[in-house]
Design a protein around this ligand. Structure first.
Ligand code: SAH
Length: 219
């Protein structure tokens, strides 16, 4: 493995093992999710200046006023998405650094991810290539509209907070599909899990969260 991926000191596998132990202590129980987060070098997804802090349980800046989600949140959202069975097609809105994308790509057969800020998408693409994750497709667009072409999706994961559940995303959810999405405005957001069935959509409130907003248009 190349040295950048492998890491040393604060970016080594040992440090990742400690991160995974903390996730377990905070209630993450899905063994497959924990294993993938143990294997995935989060430090390559953050700016060099923050690499030594990559395995702290905190969000970090990735430029353009955006952040890479905190490891606990990545683990929690992924576990909520996988709860009801394995994923064939997953859609992510808000590629950002690409770290959540990389985690998903190792747990779903195919991953589609949409990002509105082009330079972030380009950086994410490079990292995903470095990790040789080939089952991912990226699109530069406003993800509030989903990605019609490959719908329906068994799982949809939104990594920016929406005021309300975006209608196109509900439409692109497969029957028995699951969407995990933060809903609310700046100060008060709740992580929701939406499950689709024959009779409609069931919504569960999971826990309070703090995400950057889902914004319209592209940059
Ligand atoms: N999962 C990412 C989270 C990044 S923060 C990570 O862990 O790195 C949320 C991301 O959502 C930002 O990159 C932001 O640009 C993006 N975003 C916000 N609104 C969006 C929209 N309408 N469509 C696509 N991406 C959006």
């Amino acid at each position: 493995m190349n040295l950048r991926l492998q890491g040393i000191g604060m970016t080594s596998r040992r440090t990742r093992e400690r991160m995974v132990r903390r996730l377990e202590e905070h209630g993450i129980g899905n063994a497959a999710v924990l294993q993938v987060m143990l294997e995935t070098p989060r430090h390559i997804f953050v700016e060099d200046a923050f690499a030594s802090r990559a395995y702290e349980d905190t969000a970090l800046p990735i430029g353009f006023n955006q952040t890479i989600s905190q490891p606990y949140i990545v683990a929690r959202m992924t576990e909520l998405l996988l709860d009801k069975g394995p994923l064939d097609k997953a859609l992510e809105i808000g590629t950002g650094s690409g770290y959540q994308t990389a985690v998903l790509a190792q747990l779903a057969k195919r991953v589609y991810s949409v990002e509105r800020i082009y330079p972030l998408q380009q950086r994410a693409r490079q990292c995903l290539n470095d990790l040789r994750l080939r089952n991912v497709r990226l699109k530069h667009a406003d993800g509030s509209w989903g990605w019609e072409e490959y719908a329906p999706y068994d799982g949809i994961l939104v990594t920016a907070a929406a005021d309300t559940l975006p209608e196109p995303l509900l439409e692109q959810l497969a029957r028995h599909g699951v969407m995990v999405i933060p809903v609310g405005n700046g100060r008060s957001q709740v992580l929701q899990r939406v499950t689709r069935s024959e009779i409609g959509f069931q919504v569960e409130a999971i826990e309070p969260v703090s995400f950057v907003p889902l914004l319209p248009g592209v940059l």
